[in-house]
Write a protein that binds this ligand. Structure first.
Ligand code: XBP
Ligand code: MG
Length: 233
């Protein structure tokens, strides 16, 4: 029986990437006097590397191979990431990044039905919290698994194992919501059934392991009854 819903954050709760994280990365690069610009297209490729710090490191290696490496590379990357996160949270605070269609309705229906709610994201915890504070309510989520709390980010299943352990449930009791193949891989490896809501960046990815693939949840009538049906069989 269905006892809990577990949500990914970026791309699933809201379209945070193109007009959120990406823009904030570019603002941070400008402030750091780096002439890097992550275009909408390039960011689509970079998104395949989950985690902001991991993404900067990948970009450095692939696109700036001749740049003289800073003496303390880890520190350089994490200060750049920190700067980007400040810009990102400013963007969130300005209210320009809404929830995806159907998310609020589904979460409210789940609360009414007494389901438990949790978050499993690769995003840094303060970033996830800022989005939840602006759009929903962090207190509704019993477990918020985020960022560096586990060493291996998605597509590794670690963040899902972490959330599962905190909830003290089995994967069969839960339904996961993801938007990307990396996220689906992580959830599937941990044993969950997953509903994928695709977006522009992820629409051509392989979702053959998903229980259901939709463009968004905005048109699902009686979302809980419909989605819980996906758990059977
Ligand atoms: C998506 C990510 C994140 C964000 C940036 O995570 O890969 O890295 O792009 O966030 P998810 P940070 O879909 O699992 O929520 O800079 O905070 O890592
Ligand atoms: Mg995602």
């Amino acid at each position: 029986t269905l006892k809990a819903l577990i949500f990914d954050v970026d791309g699933t709760l809201a379209e945070t990437e193109r007009d959120g994280h990406r823009v904030a990365f570019n603002q941070a690069f400008a402030e750091a006097k780096l002439d890097w610009n992550w275009s909408v297209d390039l960011y689509g490729e970079l998104l395949d590397v989950p985690g902001g710090k991991e993404r900067i490191r990948f970009y450095l290696e692939k696109y700036q191979p001749h740049l003289e490496k800073p003496e303390n590379l880890d520190e350089f990357i994490s200060s750049l990431h920190h700067l980007k996160n400040q810009y990102y949270r400013d963007l969130l605070a300005s209210g320009t990044i809404p929830l995806r269609p159907g998310i609020k309705r589904l979460i409210q229906a789940a609360k009414t039905a007494g389901l438990r709610l949790a978050i499993a994201t690769t995003s840094a915890l303060p970033n996830a919290m800022a989005l939840l504070e602006k759009t929903l309510n962090p207190d509704w989520f019993e477990v918020i698994g985020a960022g560096d709390i586990v060493p291996a980010k998605k597509p590794a299943p670690d963040i899902y194992y972490y959330v599962l352990e905190k909830l003290e449930l089995t994967p069969q009791d839960c339904l996961v919501f993801e938007d990307s193949h990396q996220g689906l891989k992580a959830a599937t490896k941990a044993g969950f059934k997953t509903i994928v809501t695709v977006n522009n960046y992820t629409q051509n990815q392989d979702f053959s392991d998903a229980a259901l693939v939709v463009n968004h949840l905005g048109e699902v009538d009686k979302p809980l009854t419909c989605l819980a049906g996906k758990l059977e069989g």
